[in-house]
Design a protein around this ligand. Sequence first.
Ligand code: SF4
Length: 392
Amino acid sequence: MTKNLKRLDLIFKNEGDSEVILGKTLARSNEELISDLIASGLKGRGGAGFPTGLKWRLAADDKADEKFIICNADEGEPGTFKDREILTSVPHKVLTGMAVCARIINCRQGFIYLRQEYTYLIPHLNNAIEEFHQLMKKFKVDFEVKIFMGSGAYICGEETALFESMEGKRGEPRNKPPYPTNFGYKGKPTVINNVETLAHTYSIFKYGPEKFRDLGVKDSRGSKVFSVSGDTPIPGIYELEFGMTLQKFVDDFGDGDAKAVQVGGAAGFCVPRKKFEKTIIGYQGKLTGVSLPTGGSMMIFNSSRSMYNVLHNYLDFFVEESCGQCTPCRVGTQQLLMGIQAVKRGERPSTYLDKLLELTEVMRVTAKCGLGQSVANSFSSIVENFKEEMIY
Ligand code: SF4
């Protein structure tokens, strides 16, 4: 790796200084720390991209008697596998971020909501949590962290479905508002942050907001950990600066024959070769052509791949993982899957794809949560760019 891209090492670098950094950070005022987070430009790395400092401030401003901080480690997006590596390599950075947040919002209980498939991480994490609790005692901070195991449902990565599952109910998304910073776990103000987001707060508290803000582009500051897979000779996890073009990305990671990149997993966008040069990786904004609605999954497809099969695979996934609570998503995902099958078999004309595209737009505005709303991303970007592969 890499001809053009500079691989960063902010997240995975372990200098064994967590006690020092935690001590220095806790010695500063809540307002200073929130100001640093806001100045850094850090946005949530789970996909939604909400400003982290603002989220912490909203929860801090709520004067409820009980609050929670939850680390969302329900990493279930197809092609995303970087949070487990962060929890394996630098769990103390995640725990430090949780402790600082707890002090700021005035909470005593935190949870790591761990993906069911990551059960093997429990002993490792429990060791890290035990060491962390010793540090909390040393600093006289009344805060403890527990692991809560998910049960294997993709939808429970959605924050309100996650709360429902922690409360012992079916993992189904709630209506929003109210938002978690006022009404989260057990109806109490809750900060819920992705694993990577919390690890970034450690770097910001350690090095200051400027170093983070100097990386990236206008709407997308800092670095991002990407899970790179598909037709690449170097699959793996890479921390890179936001703002690269997809052309640069495939120049470095592709096998020389990339015809498309799926940015952001099944819920993301499929970008064809002709748009590589004009697509900048980052949050949706004035400078960016593609958003990262999920956690940084980058799947490369070369010319040997059938984009019909890719789309079929995603729709299978959505049909399976739809929680079934709302009709547009429960029925829409199945109609889309049956629809592309019918067109491919020649039982429907190619113009039927236009009807299916209309259906995805209806889903985008009527589905209750991000799962049903985001089906349109992969569906429309694959059908519109690879229509010839969809038809009989
Ligand atoms: Fe459930 Fe899908 Fe509706 Fe979300 S959009 S609430 S996953 S049925």
